[in-house]
Design a protein around this ligand. Sequence first.
Ligand SMILES: [Zn+2]
Ligand SMILES: [Zn+2]
Length: 309
Amino acid sequence: MKTRLLALTLLSLLSLPVRAAPAFEVTVLGSHGGSTENDLSAYLLRAVGQSDYLCLDAGSLLTGLKVAFGTRAAEVLHEHVKAYLISHAHFDHIAGLVLNSPEDTPKPIVGFASTLDTLRDCVFQPRVWANFTNEGPGATGKYSLQRVKPAVPFDLDGFRIEAYPLSHTKDLVSTAFLIFHGQDALLYCGDTGADAVEGKPLLAAVWKRVAPLVDSGHLRAIFLECSYADPRPDNLLFGHLTPKWVLTELHVLQSKLKNPSRMHDLTVAITHIKPLAGNPRARIKDEFDRQNSLGVRFVYPQQGEKLDL
Ligand SMILES: [Zn+2]
Ligand SMILES: [Zn+2]
């Protein structure tokens, strides 16, 4: 009887999908897009076993750190956050960084030239805030602005990173950061509209780049925004996605795979939900549950949560 039970247990274990051991740990400092100033896009990323973090966008910083780390919040910010990767300079992606800059320790801010020029010229600009960058009038030099070029890999704190442009309305470039640690990779997308709405094949280029990583199982997760629930007319998306457009884009990714069923192994973290009336998180989750013919594993990061990916 015992042997049969053991055999059955082993059989059921063998039939479970095998997930590789986590390669990354993401701590959610904030997950919303707009309005809730204490819970805006900001994600700490580290490789499993490492003590230092990259901060992907920094909408809510110390508030999120307090939720995640309690009394260690300031220590983590000052000693363990080694760099900021900023997707674009909208307030909901930089407010925490700006407000904490007087007490912060020196570190680089990494992004495209258009993002960092905006930060320097429109934000860290003495009439708005003291200039804690290393460029322009009154520069204190605390933050070194490190401009990166599309698709050109660069090394940062043990990671190899590539940045790709995204379209976030006609005139604004946002960023997708593809972050490698060894062979493992994680894709963090800032705010973006769908290619068909924005009229530019920028997400298609990102999907083409990551498709081989999905095929090989090395892409551990995609962080992708979904600001609004369906149905919302395309002319009111303002460079954002809905469940319909997220799924459309993920189908494009699937079409580029050698083995389309590898989508089943993929984790997609849904970010930047706008805190509108009703319960948009529940609505969006419900819409993905009903339409997820790809079998993707959707997760919905919440402030303070740690994701093992
Ligand atoms: Zn945003
Ligand atoms: Zn934005």
